[in-house]
Design a binder for this molecule. Structure first.
Ligand code: SAM
Length: 281
């Protein structure tokens, strides 16, 4: 069966390797765009505009829109489609290689608030989310992101739930997260294998006195490294000293048989602080 989209003189063949599944349901498109609460004072960064399903609505509501698209054929298509839209800038780039803070400084100098909207390319969901969160740009307030349903459920998961993982803790450290809507796979062309979910991330970094954020995030990741291992064994891999790891956990009163999935953000913080204090001795 042909998977070609005939559009005026151009044919677009969606590429699986670039995560190209285009939204075709207007109702869903409106739900996503409405979640960003746009006014003419809002600037929007859209990642992966594709053929512009979301962009069509965003450009009429936002003050300025910058879209970043990796596929040169789609960029050419978008340039023709939107040639007379002065509030839209199309950037041909891999979002993972873009310096987000520089882009925001150059493109959105006149705006106090920049929100991000994306029907994410699913093969790089976590790296994109991680990049947006750690950019820590004060202008960035809300991210409206569509992703595979299972990934979204992990992000929303709480401790003691099998789905809770490193991504849940990191996202919940930076943001308050709410479900916007579920999106069945039949709302896309071509139809993907999985259903999707839209989440709204509102930046609200939890108030923890951390000396080195990168180190703290690496520490969380390391405690989740081997899911079947106890926190003691994962922690001992980082400290390279099981006695030290045992002492830190015992001092703080943690059961050595717990697993990372049992720990809250505050628990990760307590253990991290216990470890850095011990190191400083
Ligand atoms: N926004 C469109 C829609 O909802 O119909 C398309 C969404 S599609 C799931 C993902 C889009 O991201 C595709 O247009 C794809 O070419 C683009 N993309 C994939 N990898 C990318 C990357 N590294 N940087 C920027 N865009 C990327």
């Amino acid at each position: 069966m042909s998977q070609t989209i005939h559009h005026n003189k151009q044919d677009i063949i969606p590429q699986k390797s670039k995560g190209q599944n285009f939204l075709k349901n207007k109702h869903i498109i409106n739900n996503i765009v409405d979640a960003a609460n746009m006014t003419k004072q809002t600037a929007i960064l859209e990642i992966g505009p594709g053929m512009g399903a979301l962009t069509d609505e965003i450009i009429v509501k936002a003050g300025k829109v910058v879209v970043v698209e990796i596929d040169p054929k789609l960029v050419e298509f978008l340039e023709q489609k939107y040639h007379n839209h002065k509030n839209l800038k199309i950037i041909k780039a891999d979002i993972l290689k873009v310096d987000i803070n520089e882009l925001l400084a150059v493109e959105f100098d006149d705006f106090k608030v920049v929100n991000v909207i994306s029907n994410l390319p699913y093969y790089i969901t976590s790296p994109i989310i991680f990049k947006l969160l750690t950019s820590s740009n004060p202008k960035m307030k809300t991210l409206i992101l569509m992703m595979q349903k299972e990934v979204g459920e992990r992000i929303l998961a709480q401790p003691n739930n099998k789905q809770y993982n490193n991504l849940s803790v990191v996202c919940q450290y930076y943001c308050d997260i709410k479900k916007v809507c579920l999106v069945g796979k039949n709302n896309f062309f071509p139809v993907p294998k999985v259903d999707s979910i839209v989440l709204a991330f509102t930046f609200n970094k939890k108030n923890l006195a951390i000396d080195n954020e990168t180190k703290f995030l690496e520490f969380i990741r390391a405690l989740f490294a081997y899911k079947r291992k106890t926190i003691l064994n994962n922690f001992a891999t980082i400290t390279k000293d099981k006695t030290l790891a045992t002492n830190v956990l015992n001092n703080l009163g943690y059961n050595l048989n717990l697993r990372a999935e049992n720990l809250s953000l505050n628990d990760f913080y307590q253990i991290y602080q216990g470890w850095t204090t011990w190191q400083a001795k």
